[in-house]
Design a protein around this ligand. Structure first.
Ligand SMILES: Nc1nc2c(c(=O)[nH]1)N[C@H]1C(S)=C(S)[C@@H](COP(=O)(O)OP(=O)(O)OC[C@H]3O[C@@H](n4cnc5c(N)ncnc54)[C@H](O)[C@@H]3O)O[C@H]1N2
Ligand code: MOO
Length: 391
């Protein structure tokens, strides 16, 4: 089993850390459902007209029909349809007893004597039948689903004005590195601007998690150590970028070990993004991402994201699409899984883009997906199918 597979297996075995809370439906977008959503009524709850038209007996189509009443949506029909009878009916209204067909207004003619006739002998029945979408007691959405816009519609339809979801973990972010200045500064010699804070915050936001950004931290052992201990008094998860490798000032792994954290992984097996520090102490987790912005992005996508979803008891798998390569791909070493930014073009093919590795964040401006090249594979030929992960 390669290193990345081992990480995935461990993630799948971790216990979730969040509690369940009940919130208003209006707040539930992007949250993780912690109950099965069960239908309390049939949908539709009655035989419902799919068209504005006339409800009648199908066998009477082609015959002049006497009109009994007008049935609006929301009302209850009061007259039973008999032979050569119809009622005018609106879309969404309940089909009256005796009728098994609704012909459209466009397929009708009013006769001089006030009767109505259907002019289309091939009319469809145009009825949405009671319970055809779902039946009372059916599970509509499973527990552990991340709630999207359609789930909200289903929740509303099933009467869930309050929803049981995972509480959100309290997440803090620190970007480390004495070379960093914030984006509003012009970097003096030897310094660079902090790209990672914005990127990681947005990656968390996409997951529905609001982050507490604690700012820049210099590579100072004691200050970083104090920061770790004070952060864990308030937060469940502390994310760092930078300082995860083996340089003289890469302190994060040492500090965590010193504070009795168990380091789960120090290597991801991914390229870019090999040095990573993920550590655990009971229900607290520290995720030390690489300082290089592309490495940080890849590590978040492939490791931090599934880890956080797991800790929130969410059943979500990365979306992978199979698409063919628009050109050849070649790499020199195949000891790690390569994660390559690519562009899915308008023909649905995978185009490679200029990419120099872990620091080349501006190449991602052109990318809309990532591909994984397995360990041991040096080449991909034009026309070969690969799995792409949209970002
Ligand atoms: N002897 C070894 N050296 C390195 C190894 C190794 O295996 N042995 N791995 C290399 C790889 S691969 C990577 S990736 C980096 C990871 O290093 P760190 O995670 O410790 O990150 P830093 O050293 O702090 O920074 C790396 C790079 O990224 C820039 N950076 C840092 N933070 C930010 C930020 N917030 N925004 C923009 N850019 C940032 C930083 O200036 C460095 O240039 O280690 C290699 N070394
Ligand atoms: O793992 Mo590093 O991110 O290759 O540059």
């Amino acid at each position: 089993m390669n290193q990345f597979d081992k990480i995935q297996t461990t993630i799948a075995s971790l216990r979730f850390i969040t509690k369940t809370e009940e919130i208003n439906l209006t707040e539930a977008f992007s949250r993780i459902l912690q109950e099965d959503v069960v239908a309390d009524i049939n949908m539709p709850p009655f035989d419902k007209s799919a068209m504005d038209g006339y409800a009648c007996r199908f066998e009477d189509v082609g015959q002049p029909m006497r009109m009994l009443e007008i049935i609006s949506a929301g009302s209850v029909p009061s007259k039973k349809i008999g032979e050569n009878e119809c009622s005018k009916i609106m879309t969404g209204a309940a089909v009256p007893e005796g009728a098994d067909c609704v012909f459209k207004v466009e397929d009708s003619t009013q006769l001089e004597d006030g009767k109505v006739i259907c002019t289309n002998p091939k009319t469809a029945k145009n009825i949405c039948y009671l319970g055809e979408d779902y039946k009372t007691g059916e599970i509509l959405i499973s527990k552990r689903t991340k709630i999207n816009e359609s789930h909200l519609a289903v929740l509303a339809g099933a009467g869930y004005s309050r929803v049981k979801v995972s509480s959100l973990p309290k997440v803090a972010l620190v970007t480390t590195g004495s070379e960093l200045v914030e984006p509003d500064q012009v970097p003096p010699p030897g310094k660079i601007r902090n790209s990672n804070a914005s990127q990681v915050s947005a990656q968390l936001k996409k997951m529905g998690i609001e982050v507490n950004y604690l700012g820049l931290a210099a590579d100072d052992y004691q200050k970083l150590s104090d920061l770790v201990s004070s952060a864990f008094e308030k937060f469940d998860i502390l994310i760092f970028t930078g300082g995860a490798s083996v340089g003289d000032f890469d302190f994060i792994p040492h500090i965590l070990k010193e504070q009795n954290f168990t380091v789960l992984w120090e290597r991801s097996g991914l390229k870019p993004g090999n040095p990573i520090t993920v550590a655990q102490k009971e229900n607290k987790y520290c995720i030390g991402l690489s300082g290089n912005p592309v490495s940080s992005l890849v590590q978040f996508e492939f490791i931090a994201k599934p880890l956080l979803y797991r800790l929130m008891n969410c059943d979500i798998k990365p979306r992978k699409i199979k698409a063919s390569m628009a050109s050849n791909f070649h790499r020199k070493k195949a000891d790690r899984i390569a994660v390559i930014p690519v562009k899915i073009n308008n023909e649905g093919e995978v185009e490679t883009i200029p990419f120099h590795g872990s620091a080349h964040i501006n190449s991602l401006v052109l990318a809309n997906a990532l591909i994984e090249v397995p360990v041991g594979q040096l080449e991909i030929q034009k026309g070969d199918f690969v799995y792409v992960r949209p970002i």
